[in-house]
Design a protein. Sequence first.
Length: 78
Amino acid sequence: MTTLTLRVEDSALENVLWFLEHFKDVVKIDHRDIKDDFLTKELKRRIKEIDDGDETLTPYSDGMDSMMEKIRLKYASA
């Protein structure tokens, strides 16, 4: 079986799905509306914050150093 990805305008979606339903014994329809996908929305929001300069980015090594220091302080007295 081959996987085919289609990008369909909202105005034509109902007609395309109606057409594909006629082949339901040989075509599997996996319909997911990407616009409603939480992860996609969250990624777009975060990218926009970065692009707009609203997000402060920390280099990975700085973040790891900070986290390790917090762990050391928390458990040093234990």
